[in-house]
Design a protein around this ligand. Structure first.
Ligand SMILES: Nc1ncnc2c1ncn2[C@@H]1O[C@H](COP(=O)(O)OP(=O)(O)OP(=O)(O)O)[C@@H](O)[C@H]1O
Ligand SMILES: O=P(O)(O)OC[C@@]1(O)O[C@H](CO)[C@@H](O)[C@@H]1O
Length: 307
């Protein structure tokens, strides 16, 4: 069972217009969608499609929080959120003919009492693995994530900002930085694949058994206890990369949960992500053909890799 924790969920509003309007102009479109979002919630959405048992938890509030809970329930995604006074945020993605713009709210203030209740919620859902994904809402610091990681006999994976990755103190089974987050976490520039290999190995020494660094169109790198792997991205028609990292993480975790090797897990993550970037918003595309695509993911290693 994988329990995801989204401390700062969102309602994702995604709209498509040919170009951004000029100052004072109004762009009109009904090419838009509204999805329950937030990194942990997205991981649960993709895990369900991959047939992996999961429950989405976190902290929600007010009518937008109710929308998140109701939408997940309608989609058959088990969820168990802590409700607060504040309002769950609305995050907006604008897709134009050649660009993507994202505007995220900071989110509602959250206090330690909500975390106490959340720890009870996580325990109640009896996880093998807990995944904490996304930004911290105002009022919470990295110590809240460390408390979650230390609160039970589950293993914890994280997909959080680079500054948070740098400041976490507990031990984690896996983290999933993107290129920018990796650079911040290791305080070094990431300009080449070699820089990335060095940075993921550095991050491993900071308390992460495995590091999956997502590199956009350059695929992903995985630092494992047995060495380094690089998977090139699969050719695909890119519509919207929002949620790409969440889907990569879901593919990796779903594979590891069923006993796959690290290489198989990396292949799975990249294959899932290739499907997800080809649909708008954080829609969940069909993923039942992922197993047939694994062998087409090019995987290499910069060093001898023991299985
Ligand atoms: N242009 C692309 N073509 C093919 N695959 C892509 C492309 N962009 C992203 N991907 C796939 O999605 C994965 C994650 O992408 P990315 O590095 O953008 O994650 P991210 O920045 O964490 O995304 P987000 O935070 O929006 O979820 C990549 O490792 C790759 O497998
Ligand atoms: O502000 P955060 O928590 O870093 O990111 C939130 C978010 O952009 O991440 C998801 C895509 O990964 C979206 O569902 C959501 O809007």
């Amino acid at each position: 069972m994988i329990v995801t924790v989204t401390l700062n969920p969102a309602v994702d509003h995604t709209l498509a217009i040919p170009d951004l309007p000029e100052d004072g102009e109004i762009a009109r479109t009904d090419d838009a969608r509204v999805d329950p979002g937030g990194k942990g919630i997205n991981v649960s959405k993709y895990l369900v499609e991959l047939g992996t048992e999961t429950t989405a938890t976190g902290i929600t509030g007010d009518f937008l929080g109710q929308f998140v809970r109701d939408s997940l329930t309608e989609k058959g995604i088990d969820n168990d959120f802590v409700d607060i006074e504040g309002r769950t945020r609305l995050n907006t993605t604008i897709l134009t003919a050649d660009s993507e713009y994202k505007i995220n709210h900071d989110g509602p203030a959250v206090n330690g009492h909500a975390i106490e209740t959340l720890l009870e919620t996580i325990e109640r859902n009896d996880p093998d693995t807990v995944v904490v994904g996304g930004s911290l809402p105002p009022g919470l610091g990295p110590d809240a994530i460390d408390r979650i990681a230390r609160a039970g006999d589950w293993q914890t994976a994280v997909d959080v900002g680079g500054d948070v990755l740098r400041d976490l103190d507990a031990s984690y089974t896996l983290c999933k930085p993107n290129r920018e987050e990796l650079a911040v976490a290791t305080d070094r520039p990431i300009d080449s694949l070699e820089d990335c290999y060095d940075a993921v190995e550095r991050l491993q020494t900071m308390g992460y058994d495995r590091v999956v660094a997502s590199l956009g169109a350059d695929g992903a790198i995985m630092a494992t206890p047995d060495g380094l792997l690089h998977a090139a991205a699969l050719e695909t028609t890119v519509v919207d990369t929002v949620g790409a990292g969440d889907s990569l993480l879901a593919g990796v975790l779903a594979a590891l949960e069923r006993g796959a090797t690290d290489e198989e897990a990396l292949r799975s993550g990249v294959a899932v992500a290739a499907q997800v970037v080809s649909v708008p918003g954080t829609t969940v595309p069909p993923l039942d053909d992922v197993p047939t695509r694994l062998e087409s993911v090019p995987v290499s290693s910069p060093e001898p890799f023991s299985r």
